[in-house]
Design a protein around this ligand. Structure first.
Ligand SMILES: *Cc1c(COP(=O)(O)O)cnc(C)c1O
Length: 522
């Protein structure tokens, strides 16, 4: 895209219908100290190189190979490069800017003590190939974190290596596959998954070579014993049997699976394992232990439940916790204690392991942050975390249930997230996407939209325990205004379709973007 066209677009997208002097952008699209930013390549000038070092003469190339040609780096000065990246860094909305009510993703405040501890030079400057005799402190930290996770889940086998939640799912499901394979159960290849599941669940099962059988949740939002039995006892044409189930608890509708004990017993009786997607652990931590409701394997999103900055590309960490029976099969390494010494346990120490899924020992910096979070809260503090998270979500649900359709509000309290839909607003032509854009216009990051997919137009709101009543009240009042406008304005549809007005980019043509994506800059 040429700079001219981009500039034209920037003007178009930024101009209001009736621009006044105070709203007009300057020639390069900047306004009010908010900067448009071109690509670095568009800034370079053919007559000015980015460095002014003289070309060295009389030095033979040490590698003895052909001299290097132009590698195509943009030729800009140091201040230009610095400004480019600093400007773009200010475009990233984060939990440190304001309320970030993404359901399922648990965007909570990351206490700065975590960062301070992670930057202690003895942790921050470790090299993964250092001899173990020089990394005993780090291994002790990982050992303690394994212990905390085992206590909180009542699942004693812990592997910290997976790098994210989805990676933990892969590690956990490969553990289940390994157990079936080594126990002569290769015909167990069917995984039961409710239709409300996060997309990573079926994707993981398929990646591991399983087939997926759906458990319909109907209008209830929960897995019922009847629906589960039907899926469990359905007969596969190819004679494949049930290997396990993947269930998120509390589920993605924000509800606790009330029949989970009975369901897990039926599954175990049929020789299957229970994989729990632990992304919603923030609702349970310190209150109940998943191992007590029949879970065999579970991943924990350290970057959700135990703070750590994420979203916008911060590193994640998705340890898995497994039963004693399954611990021999899970990936290596784990940290074990050998007398007074800590060591990493590899394939030669644990022959039935499925092997290694990640370089070295996983995202150590996240391990430091998570343990720092746990120790600074203490056992009582972690319990309070989940209680306050659930209380806050219920405050939002009860405050908005008369303004928006709250499909499960009659089923009692929700867990850590509140589910609404656009059913009432849709009658006036205002849909979930319009509500999200109106929120942006009012300075709020939208909630998770169109997930879970069990109902049309869902909005999943998770305030977490770190939002104050004041910040939730402001959000609630904006949501109420949006509901009022969509009900009362004569031109509600048109009005809402025009949002957002003030953001650097207006409403995009999402259909065109999806059908005809331009993925390369030319
Ligand atoms: C976030 C999430 C995942 C995936 O975790 P990542 O760390 O993003 O890979 C899986 N399941 C649920 C329910 C989630 O919310």
């Amino acid at each position: 895209m040429s700079a001219d066209i981009k500039l034209e677009q920037a003007k178009m997208t930024n101009s209001n219908d009736n621009p006044t002097a105070s709203t007009r952008a300057s020639e390069d699209g900047n306004r009010a100290l908010h900067y448009e930013e071109n690509l670095l390549w568009e800034k370079e000038r053919s007559d000015t190189p980015g460095v002014d070092l003289p070309t060295p003469t009389g030095i033979a190339l040490r590698t003895g190979s052909e001299p290097r040609g132009d590698i195509g780096l943009p030729q800009v000065s140091e201040p230009q490069a610095l400004r480019h990246f600093v400007r773009m860094s200010t475009w990233n909305y984060s939990i440190d800017h304001g309320f970030f009510p993404l359901g399922s993703c648990t965007m909570k405040h990351n206490p700065r003590i975590n960062e301070k501890v992670a930057r202690i030079p003895g942790f921050a400057h470790l090299h993964p190939m250092q001899p173990e005799s020089t990394t005993q402190g780090a291994l002790a930290l990982m050992y303690d974190l394994q212990h905390w996770l085992a206590e909180l889940t009542n699942l004693p086998g812990v592997c910290l290596a997976p790098a994210a939640g989805a990676h933990g799912e892969l590690a956990g499901m490969m553990t289940i596959r390994r157990a079936h394979e080594l126990n002569g159960n290769k015909h167990k290849t069917v995984i039961l998954i409710p239709d409300s599941a996060h997309g990573t669940n079926p994707a993981t099962a398929i990646t591991c070579g399983f087939t997926v059988r759906n458990i319909p949740t109907g209008g209830t939002g929960r897995v019922t014993v009847d629906a589960f039995k039907q899926a469990l006892y359905a007969v596969s044409e190819d004679g494949a049997e049930v290997a396990g189930m993947m269930v998120t608890n509390p589920n993605t509708c924000g509800l606790f699976e009330t029949d989970i004990l009975e369901i897990s017993e039926l599954l175990h009786d049929a020789g299957g394992y229970f994989y729990c997607d632990g992304a919603n652990f923030n609702a349970l931590v310190g209150k109940i232990r998943p191992g007590d409701f029949g879970v065999d394997v579970m991943h924990i999103n350290l970057h959700k439940t135990f703070s750590t900055p994420h979203g916008g590309g911060g590193p994640g960490s998705g340890p898995i916790c497994v039963t004693e029976e399954l611990a021999q099969y899970m990936p290596v390494p784990t940290v074990i204690k050998d007398g007074e010494k800590y060591k990493l346990e590899w394939e030669e120490d644990r022959p039935d392991t499925l092997g290694r899924l990640k370089g070295f020992q996983g995202q150590f910096g996240m391990h430091v942050r998570a343990l720092s979070y746990m120790l600074s809260h203490g056992a009582d503090g972690l319990k309070r975390v989940s209680e306050d998270a659930v209380l806050n979500a219920n405050y939002i649900l009860r405050s908005l249930e008369s303004d928006f359709n709250a499909p499960y509000a009659d089923q009692g309290p929700c867990m850590h997230e509140a589910l609404l839909t656009d059913k009432h607003q849709k009658a006036n032509g205002v849909q979930t996407l319009d509500i999200a854009k109106a929120l942006i216009e009012r300075g709020y990051h939208p909630m998770t939209v169109y997930f879970p997919m069990v109902l049309p137009g869902t909005m999943l709101i998770e305030p977490t325990e770190t939002e104050s009543k004041d910040s939730m009240d402001r959000f609630i009042s904006v949501m109420k205004e949006i509901a009022e406008d969509s009900a009362n304005l004569d031109n509600a549809e048109e009005h809402f379709h025009s949002f957002p007005h003030s953001s650097p980019r207006r409403r995009l043509d999402e259909v065109k973007a999806a059908r005809n994506p331009q993925l390369r800059w030319k």
